[in-house]
Design a protein around this ligand. Structure first.
Ligand SMILES: *[C@@H]1O[C@H](CO)[C@@H](O)[C@H](O)[C@H]1NC(C)=O
Ligand SMILES: *[C@@H]1O[C@H](CO)[C@@H](O)[C@H](O)[C@H]1NC(C)=O
Ligand SMILES: [Zn+2]
Length: 416
């Protein structure tokens, strides 16, 4: 009997394997993910976080990897999270569509998608706030705030431990300590909601390097810090130690999006009579520092960065928080390349394993000096300031070719 039921389920699921662009409710969401998994069993896995929402709805994730369920050395872990504010629903549908797309293109032998999945472990969580989604949907999907919060009326993107306060305090004391700060947390400003706790456990248990949370209500890629140093509510640029990298990540999304980075598009909240009083992010490349827009405490983005090695940005994907179903497919077309370009960013930077003769070294801290000698040709041959003989040297790619050539010539000369 059980077998028969399972069989029926599988048949039902595969028979509907064509993805339709419409809003999917909390019962349909896991079925869509299961459908993708049935189509692509070798490269996907569906799982739920350790705790459900307040109303007991599981927080589902679909994972893509050539070895689902396993962290492999050299394969970066990356995640997308949608619908953290329950009434901001585009990310939820985009991630369901992305799951289908990754699977379909893999099956169709799309070389780019195959390479991505063979070299990356990708986790997609379409909804972090299913209860808020339900409330927003039941109340007509029109209000700017109804459904934003979880079922305890808590804003989940303000409910994470405020690690910015800790790093800012270390800065004031002149202490150079700005990572893995959860250990330095002594008290919480507010109790953690079940959705927050579940996502925190997830963040701490998988070595993510890259992440994005998808929101709605504007069109911009927002990067850390979200919290201002002075406490100013708006317009204070709050740079993190990785400001340049974060700008680069945010720009990677904005520039691959149909018009996020377009200077000629209108701002979401701009009126033609008064351009100056509201932000028009297209005129600044489609990106913004979080606190330079407005400051917030307890956001998920800064938590990822300050508690772990995950670089997270916040993507606002449209002026409308709850777009009509008829607009979803076009939004997919406008976002598809950006969603993929951002995933590829997981391969930015240096990969390696820290070890010595006795094996792997756990929890190693890696320091990279960042002085101008990186691209300074004149210091070639000398050991630049701060480096001892025998330490590895890092060059920009353009300079590397030159340096490599010179070294080879030197070797040849020595032989003669
Ligand atoms: C899954 O792996 C099996 C065994 O390697 C293979 O025969 C099958 O074609 C694969 N399926 C897909 C959808 O790639
Ligand atoms: C909590 O969820 C229940 C069931 O969906 C709903 O009736 C209630 O209005 C929700 N409360 C809040 C504060 O969101
Ligand atoms: Zn939001």
């Amino acid at each position: 009997m059980t077998k028969l039921l399972l069989l029926c389920f599988a048949v039902f699921v595969t028979a509907n394997a064509e993805f339709t662009w419409r809003h999917h409710n909390n019962e349909e969401l896991p079925l869509i993910l299961e459908e993708v998994h049935q189509k692509c069993p070798n490269i996907s896995r569906v799982y739920a976080l350790t705790e459900p929402s307040v109303q007991n709805v599981p927080l589902y994730v679909i994972e893509f990897s050539d070895k689902p369920g396993i962290h492999q050395p050299y394969k970066p872990e990356v995640k997308y999270i949608g619908n953290i504010h329950g009434n901001e629903v585009l990310g939820r549908e985009l991630l369901l569509g992305l799951a289908h797309y990754l699977c379909d293109q893999y099956v169709n032998r799309d070389r780019r998608i195959r390479a991505l999945i063979h070299n990356t472990r990708i986790h997609l969580m379409p909804s972090m706030n299913p209860d808020g989604w339900q409330l927003a949907t039941d109340t007509g999907a029109k209000d700017y705030l109804i459904g934003r919060y979880n079922n305890h009326t808590v804003d989940l993107n303000r409910n994470f431990p405020d690690l910015d306060a800790i790093t800012f305090e270390f800065e004031r004391q002149g202490i150079n300590h700005n990572n893995h700060l959860l250990r330095d947390l002594t008290r919480l400003a507010a109790p953690l909601e079940p959705e927050t706790r579940a996502v925190m456990r997830w963040i701490m248990s998988i070595p993510f390097v890259l992440s994005a949370a998808i929101h709605g209500g504007d069109l911009v890629a927002n990067y850390p810090y979200d919290e201002s140093r002075s406490g100013a509510p708006v317009s204070e640029y709050s740079a993190s130690p990785d400001d340049e990298t974060f700008r680069n990540l945010a720009l990677a999304y904005a520039e691959a999006h149909a018009d996020m980075a377009s200077p000629s598009r209108p701002g979401c909240h701009t009126t033609s009579s008064d351009e100056s009083s509201t932000f028009n992010f297209g005129k600044q490349g489609g990106v913004t520092n979080g606190a330079a827009w407005y400051s917030l405490k307890g956001g998920m983005q800064d938590f990822n960065y300050l508690a772990t090695n995950a670089f997270e940005v916040t993507l606002e994907l449209g002026c409308e928080k709850y777009p009509d179903a008829s607009k979803l497919e076009n939004e997919w077309v406008r976002n598809r390349e950006a969603l993929l370009a951002y995933l590829w960013k997981a391969h930015t930077g240096v990969k390696g394993i820290v070890s010595d003769d006795s094996g792997f070294i756990q929890n190693a801290v890696i320091s990279v000096p960042t002085t101008s000698w990186f691209d300074d040709e004149t210091s070639f041959g000398l050991y630049p300031h701060g480096l001892r003989e025998g330490q590895p040297r890092i060059y920009k790619r353009s300079l590397y070719e030159k340096v490599a050539k010179t070294l080879l010539e030197q070797k040849d000369n020595q032989k003669q």
